[in-house]
Ligand binder design. Sequence first.
Ligand code: IMP
Length: 388
Amino acid sequence: MYTNTMHTGVVGTQWGDEGKGKIIDFLAREHDIIIRCQGGNNAGHTIVVDGQRFPFHLIPSAVLYPDKVCVLGNGMVINPRVLVEELSRLESKVEQHAKIVISSRAHVITSQHVQEDVENGKHLGTTGRGIGPAYRDKIIRAGTRMLDLQTFEEYKEEARILMPFVQDTSLFLYDALQQGKRLLFEGAQATMLDIDHGTYPFVTSSNTGVGGFFTGTGIFVKQLDVVGVVKAYTTRVGTGPFVTELLDSLGDSLREKGYEYGTTTGRPRRCGWLDTVVLRYAKRINAIDRFALTKLDVLTGLSEVKICDAYLFEGTEMKEFPADLKLLDGVTPVYTTLPCWTEDISRCRTFGDLPTNAQKYVCKIEQLTGVQVSFIGVGPGREALIVR
Ligand code: IMP
């Protein structure tokens, strides 16, 4: 057991796609219930079954553990057709899987929401899955919740299949807490895409950080270990500011090496150096206790590695991420440059196994953020993880 804290929350610290699924997969072993709290099928993770890769968007990442419960919380927006597809794929491909519970209070994404998002979401680079329009209807009190799914003519068949899974998940989780169960909150998207704290309006329509854990489930836990997932470099899909973006061949090579293409839309991701202004902001917003650093192996073999520690604006150094995006247009990143490593790190299983320069990169992140790096991903496989 890596910590004694009862419950754990996993948040993305950048613009999503940090590799949260792999960290959830690892942490799920020590928890009983894994909960998605917000977002919908704009998220995506890949599950490998018998060497075949299957994308999932709604069902939590820990679904392959037969002894666990996976909850789709009230803060989610659910496209019933996509969920039915995922459930039937699961039934046909996996012999045993986690029990699935869906909140009666989660909101429904309709085909109109999807159509509207495809037509109007382009300037924001949305995933076109109807997320924004569904949350808008929820907020203006014109939405439909899962408990009323059968009232939709278009979802009669889906309602028949899904209703047996639908219940009051707030109550379910409350009872589980009384029984001493350990909960794992699975954040989708990331801090910089948070509707309140991200790079508005280039954000998603939900609270992607710790705030979303509680409003999105209807329970509150007083002891929570917060793990912030950090990709060893930065990526972003869609439009919006990105101070450390690499628009040159180095950015292209990170994209190819890290296979930086969206799980949901297949879009190429924009790539750049690690930005600790962003990480410190994510730490503050989410009270992050530890970092999980992923895809460190992707940096192997570069001539040098850079970490952004501040932004320079009209000759003044900025250490805090600003709310005003217009300001970001005029900043340049201040970098610390470190030597890279050439050794293959994919078989390293302890911190000591890592080449000195890789260790120095990790320590520099810790020094610039004040957060301990407790997990280090060194390859795509489940086992390619260093736990400190
Ligand atoms: P929406 O969530 O589809 O409305 O998209 C809003 C913004 O969030 C767009 O820039 C998307 O590319 C981004 N986004 C949404 N979900 C994810 C995700 O799971 N990973 C990365 N980016 C995402």
